[in-house]
Design a binder for this molecule. Structure first.
Ligand code: DP6
Length: 333
């Protein structure tokens, strides 16, 4: 490595929203139209090394040992420009990112990717940000990344100020507060049809339900905070399903409609409901992709896992506890 290069490496966990973020009130600054609440997932990790190097002629991006696409590289370049402006560093960077889960298939890879990149790249540039500012910075890369700065139960705030200074995430409770377990049921490893950024902007423009979505979000957030505070699992699960269904109703009501599910997704929804009717505490949530995440409690996770292991159409299962904050790691990690 060039002696004048500056490097740092960080690891961040993906997160799954219980109350979904969908829609922006400012596209350029990436300010959300609604707040959101998520769980940070220990099993889904991105490790990112950022190296500012005087020998580079532009920014480079390597994801899972392969060169990133030009559009991914541009997205990183725009993000690094913000760090270059804040830190005064005048070098290009090589960003090397490794996910332990499929990229771009609705598993929140942009969340863990931008959270890890924010910490690695700011540290490498000599900029030391506190968690709040790191979260606000991650937002410029991806809205859901704000939440991956923290472990456990996290809320992304929708601010009022046009500058975005109030739009960052806070931790509601750490990962030790309540031992929730998740199963991630992978029904397809294909890249999703339309990325969430494009789809949420389409929804905002064309869905007749969009204003109602924005208006009703405050109540969902209040109720979810209460469910977490009271450790009311049924309430948490019920609200999570409701928010996911409401978000998918929005994508379905846009023009052209966006359908993220495949037939297995739908069967899994039915399965989770049937299991619940048989007394197993399990609830589903789904992001901008066909994977189904099942939220449950430690005593039931093995029963659920063996149930879904043999289920036709489920290609792979990942199990997760709640994960920690983003952190710097050594280069050999
Ligand atoms: C369905 O954070 O990917 O996962 O801010 O445009 O990068 P951008 O969007 P992104 O959207 C996530 C949408 C979601 C719901 C959620 O995570 O809250």
């Amino acid at each position: 490595m060039n002696p004048q290069s500056k490097t740092a490496k960080a690891v961040a966990c993906a997160n799954i929203a219980l109350i979904k973020y969908w829609g922006k009130r400012d596209i350029a600054l990436n300010l959300p139209a609604v707040g959101s609440i998520s769980l940070t997932l220990e099993a889904l990790k991105t490790k990112t090394r950022a190296t500012f190097d005087p020998n580079l002629d532009k920014d480079y991006l390597i994801i899972n040992d392969q060169q990133g696409s030009e559009s991914q590289r541009k997205r990183i370049e725009k993000f690094l420009d913000i760090i270059r402006e804040k830190s005064g560093i005048r070098l290009f960077a090589e960003v090397k990112s490794d996910n332990n889960f499929p990229t771009g298939a609705g598993l929140a890879s942009s969340a863990s990717a931008f959270a890890a990149l924010s910490l690695a790249a700011t540290h490498a540039s000599g900029l030391e940000l506190n968690k709040k500012d790191l979260s606000g910075l991650s937002r410029r890369g991806s809205g859901s990344a704000t939440r991956s700065i923290y472990g456990g139960f996290v809320e992304m705030k929708k601010g009022k100020d046009a500058s975005g200074k109030e739009d960052f995430a806070i931790q509601l409770a750490s990962q030790d507060y309540w031992d929730l377990r998740l199963l991630i049921l992978i029904t397809s490893k294909d890249e999703k049809k339309m990325g969430s950024t494009k789809a949420m902007n389409l929804t905002a423009k064309t869905s007749p339900y969009y204003q109602e979505w924005v208006k009703s979000s405050g109540k969902d957030l209040d109720e979810m905070r209460k469910a977490i505070r009271e450790k009311d699992f049924e309430k948490l699960g019920d609200l999570a399903e409701y928010s996911a269904m409401k978000m998918h109703a929005l994508t379905l009501s846009s023009r052209p409609p966006v359908l993220y599910w495949n037939s297995t997704t739908l069967e899994l929804i039915e399965q989770v409901r049937a299991l619940r009717n048989n007394g197993i505490p399990a609830y589903f949530t789904i992001d901008a992709g066909p994977q189904v995440k099942v939220i449950s409690l430690p005593d039931h996770i093995n029963t659920l896992k063996s149930h879904f292991e043999s289920f036709p159409g489920v290609e792979n299962i990942m199990e997760s506890k709640l994960g920690p904050d983003v952190e710097l790691i050594g280069d050999d990690n």
